[in-house]
Design a protein around this ligand. Structure first.
Ligand SMILES: [Mg+2]
Length: 201
């Protein structure tokens, strides 16, 4: 079973690392090295449900995003992290969200996420251990296994929960991404600034 911490749970990853605290533990050391975060969309930034559209007919696919995840992504950007979406579907809603958040990397129609992870690392000029991946289903496993910090929402597939370093308490589309981002910012010593200093307080 994962060991608990206050903003999420650290699963037992393939290399046997476990979270033991907030500073200096293996999961925090992994999180502290992160310079960029790649995210799957469906089931991570959404609850996995969507209303299909028909782009040829001008009918957009409809997805629902969570505002706290959105603010978390803004916090990550303001903190100097680079962000990207790697998604199996093609959706104007995702492209719009990516543009709104000024993302640094976007791959749509991508079911082979391992090569996309490698491509993003090259694009960012970063090593795999400097890049996090957040995924919820088995097609994310190749990227999660490469990532320096692999994370999942609470309702991810069991095979995903088995291989990641951090499991959010929240499910996909309901704040899981915010928890992952805050875990990384905390490990990098940037969380207080992100929470309290960006907003004129
Ligand atoms: Mg997914």
């Amino acid at each position: 079973m994962p060991s608990e911490d206050s903003s999420g749970s650290a699963a037992a990853p393939a290399d046997g690392l476990r979270a033991t605290g907030r500073a200096g533990d293996p999961v925090s050391r992994r999180a502290a090295a992160i310079e960029a975060i790649l995210l799957d969309v469906d089931g991570v930034l959404t609850d996995g449900t969507f209303e299909p559209g028909d782009e040829d007919a001008g009918i957009p696919e409809r997805k629902r995003f969570h505002s706290r995840d959105g603010l978390g992504l803004v916090m990550a950007k303001k903190s100097g992290l680079r962000l990207g979406f790697v998604t199996g579907r093609r959706s104007g809603a995702v492209r719009g969200r990516a543009a709104e958040l000024s993302l640094d990397y976007l791959r749509e129609g991508c079911f082979d996420k391992g090569p996309a992870f490698d491509e993003a690392c090259v694009t960012f000029g970063l090593l795999p251990e400097q890049v996090a991946f957040v995924g919820d289903d088995v097609q994310d496993l190749p990227a999660l296994r490469k990532a320096g910090f692999a994370a999942a929402p609470a309702d991810a597939h069991p095979a995903v929960l088995e291989c990641v370093h951090f499991v959010a308490d929240a499910p996909g589309g309901r704040g899981a991404v915010r928890q992952v981002i805050e875990r990384i910012l905390e490990a990098r010593g940037l969380l207080d600034a992100a929470l309290y200093r960006f907003w004129g307080q």
